[in-house]
Design a protein around this ligand. Structure first.
Ligand code: CA2
Length: 140
């Protein structure tokens, strides 16, 4: 699940987010999912309520989530409250290393309620998160 502006990947700020597009990210996640035996549904929204609705859907169906909340990471108590309701592993991901960027990006209100966080590996952060979810599911 991807938050605001991530649908614009590859179109601006290539130095931070790379030149690949959101469609490329979707392909990468689906391919990685197939290799790991996970059926991956990739979504993106610019709307907080939509993102929260999708997190509720995952909670209701005990579905694991890879979540890039984008800017909501840094201030959305509403997204944090939804993440707290999780009933399956939820991995927070970031394309960039948020701890190495502007001060306002150092804080995530999400991390404390997630299973864990992976940041700074470009699109590979998502693949690593899918591996983490596979490992969590295999523990059960
Ligand atoms: O590094 C990440 O994955 C972020 O979650 C991306 C968010 C940013 O607000 C977070 O601090 C870190 C921003 C997504 C904006 O995406 C863009 C895509 C194309 C061009 C410009 C921005």
């Amino acid at each position: 699940l991807n938050g605001p502006n991530l649908g614009r990947l590859g179109k601006r700020e290539p130095a931070i987010y790379g030149t690949a597009t959101f469609a490329d990210l979707t392909d990468l996640c689906q391919r990685a999912g197939r290799e790991l035996g996970l059926d991956v549904d990739v979504r993106q929204t610019d709307f907080e309520g939509q993102l929260i609705g999708w997190i509720h859907e995952a909670c209701d169906n005990a579905l694991p989530v890879v979540l890039n909340p984008a800017a909501f990471t840094h201030y959305s108590i509403a997204v944090m409250d939804a993440v707290k309701m999780r009933t399956a592993p939820l991995v927070e991901v970031h394309i960039s290393n948020i701890s190495g960027r502007e001060d306002f990006r150092h804080q995530s209100v999400i991390t404390g309620s997630a299973t864990g966080i992976i940041a700074g590996f470009g699109f590979q952060s998502y693949v690593l998160a899918l591996h983490a979810i596979r490992a969590e599911l295999d523990k059960r």
